[in-house]
Design a protein around this ligand. Structure first.
Ligand SMILES: Nc1ncnc2c1ncn2[C@@H]1O[C@H](COP(=O)(O)OP(=O)(O)OP(=O)(O)O)[C@@H](O)[C@H]1O
Ligand SMILES: [Mg+2]
Length: 248
C-alpha cells in the first residue's frame, strides 16, 4: 500500500522517503479486542495532516501505535521510509517521533523550567532548551518558575509543545490539542503548528470535533471504526465529515 493509493498525490519525483509517516493496512488490538482494522495513512514531510472523527474511532490508538506504545498486529508502519513495526518507543523517539498525548503529558508538580529540562535527555543543554522555548512562547518564559499544574490550559499546551519541539522532532503527533481551550487560544496554537510544519516537520494532529484544524491542514482524514474512511484536502473531505458525525 503506497500513499497514492489512499489519495495523497505523489509527484513523479516523490518517492516513499518523502513521507515522514506511512501506515498501510495497520491493525492493532488491546488484548483480544481488535481496535485498528487496517489503517491507511500518509504524512508527507513539512505538512500538517489532520485526523478527525467521533469517539472511539481509533485516533488515539493510531498515535499510540506510531509512537511505539502499542504494537501492530499486522500491516506496515514506515517512518521516513523505514519499516519500524515492533520498534520500541525510545527507538522511535531517536528517529524523530514525538507525541504530545491527550492531557498534554506535563508534570504538574514540577516548574515550567523543570518540565522543559525533561527534553534534555535528547542531548540538548538545559539553557538552550529554555532559550528556544521562551523565544517561541514568551508567556512560558514569564512563568518559568511557576508550577506547571497552575498554568492555564493554553499555557500547559504551550509548555507541552515547547518541550516537544526542544527534542527537534521530524514527526510531531498531537492528540486533541484543542481540548478544553478557548477558540482564540486554539487558533494561536494552530498558527504555531502550521509554522512548525514550514520548517520541515511532519505533523499529524488528531481532533474529535475541531473543524478549525482544517484551516491549517494540508491533508485531512476521517477515522471511523478503526479505519481511515476518507482522505484528501480539507475541502475534499468536508462532505464526508458531516456524514461521519451525523452517522455516529
Ligand atoms: N487501554 C485500552 N484498553 C482497552 N480498550 C481500549 C483502550 N484504549 C482504547 N480502547 C478502545 O479502543 C477504541 C478506540 O479508542 P481510541 O481512544 O483510539 O479512540 P479515539 O478515536 O481516540 O476516541 P476519542 O475521540 O474519544 O478520543 C475504543 O473502543 C476504546 O474503548
Ligand atoms: Mg482519543
Amino acid at each position: 500500500m503506497t500513499a497514492d493509493a489512499i489519495g495523497v498525490p505523489m509527484s513523479p519525483t516523490m518517492d516513499r522517503t518523502d513521507l515522514a509517516l506511512e501506515l498501510g493496512g495497520v491493525t492493532a488490538a488491546y488484548g483480544s479486542i481488535d481496535v485498528l482494522h487496517g489503517v491507511d495513512l500518509a504524512v508527507p514531510r513539512g505538512t500538517v495532516v489532520a485526523l478527525l472523527g467521533p469517539n472511539g474511532g481509533g485516533k488515539s490508538t493510531t498515535l499510540r501505535v506510531v509512537a511505539g506504545q502499542l504494537p501492530t498486529t499486522g500491516g506496515d508502519l514506515f517512518i521516513a521510509g523505514r519499516r519500524v513495526n515492533g520498534a520500541a518507543p525510545d527507538e522511535l523517539a531517536r528517529r524523530g517521533v514525538c507525541v504530545i498525548p491527550e492531557g498534554r503529558g506535563i508534570f504538574p508538580n514540577l516548574t515550567v523550567r523543570e518540565n522543559l529540562w525533561m527534553a534534555t535527555h535528547a542531548g540538548v543543554a538545559r539553557k538552550a532548551v529554555e532559550e528556544v522555548a521562551y523565544e517561541r512562547f514568551p508567556r512560558i518564559g514569564e512563568r518559568r518558575r511557576q508550577l506547571a499544574g497552575t498554568l492555564s490550559g493554553g499555557e500547559q499546551q504551550m509548555l507541552a509543545m515547547a518541550r516537544a519541539l526542544a527534542t527537534d522532532p521530524s514527526l510531531l503527533l498531537l492528540d486533541e490539542l484543542s481540548m478544553g481551550l478557548a477558540p482564540i487560544v486554539v487558533e494561536q496554537l494552530y498558527e504555531i503548528v502550521a509554522q512548525v510544519a514550514t520548517t520541515g516537520v511532519a505533523v499529524l494532529i488528531v481532533e474529535q470535533f475541531a473543524r478549525a484544524v482544517l484551516g491549517i491542514a494540508d491533508w485531512a482524514g476521517i477515522m471511523l471504526h478503526g479505519r481511515v474512511t476518507a482522505f484528501g484536502t480539507p475541502a475534499e473531505i468536508e462532505t464526508d465529515l458531516s456524514t461521519a458525525y451525523l452517522g455516529a
